[in-house]
Design a protein around this ligand. Structure first.
Ligand code: DQA
Length: 149
């Protein structure tokens, strides 16, 4: 089982730290990436960390992961609530998928309560702030380790 993990981030997450900090906090996506890389090194994972505002790019990365990766951590952002195409792409991926949201989407507007991605995810993390990425990586590492046994 590959120890390569893709961490994929959807639209507007490039503005993390500037965007509605009362909801998403003050950390930037670069801070999140730095912390993920440090933890990945500790866990013996190799990381690809990407963000895009374009749905097709996220789909292309999932296709790439399909050929190479042992797990995906994905914050699809607004595409969570709209994208059958991302769900379909994830359904072609045969290894652990963890969905993460920085905010607690269930405490927010009703349109955020439904996730297409949750229909495929092996686990969902929401409302733990950017710490959720660390929790998701730990879970993926555990699932990869268990599969390797
Ligand atoms: C988000 C929640 C989504 O509803 C929203 O569209 C985002 C970010 C989160 O991380 O809390 O862009 O995925």
């Amino acid at each position: 089982m590959s120890r390569l993990v893709f961490v994929l981030n959807g639209p507007n997450l490039n503005l993390l730290g500037k965007r509605q900090p009362h909801i998403y906090g003050h950390e930037t996506l670069a801070d999140v990436e730095r912390d993920c890389r440090a933890l990945a090194a500790e866990l013996g994972l190799e990381l690809r960390f990407h963000q895009s505002n374009r749905e097709y790019e996220i789909i292309d990365w999932i296709h790439e992961a399909r050929e190479t990766a042992g797990g995906i951590v994905i914050n699809p952002a607004a595409f969570t609530h709209t994208s059958v195409a991302i769900l379909d792409a994830l359904n072609t991926f045969d290894a652990p998928v963890i969905e993460i949201h920085i905010s607690n989407v269930h405490k927010r507007e009703e349109f955020r309560h439904h996730s297409f991605v949750s229909g495929r995810a092996d686990g969902v993390i929401a409302g733990f702030g950017t710490q959720g990425y660390q929790l998701a990586l730990r879970r993926v590492a555990r699932l990869i380790d268990e599969k390797a046994k």
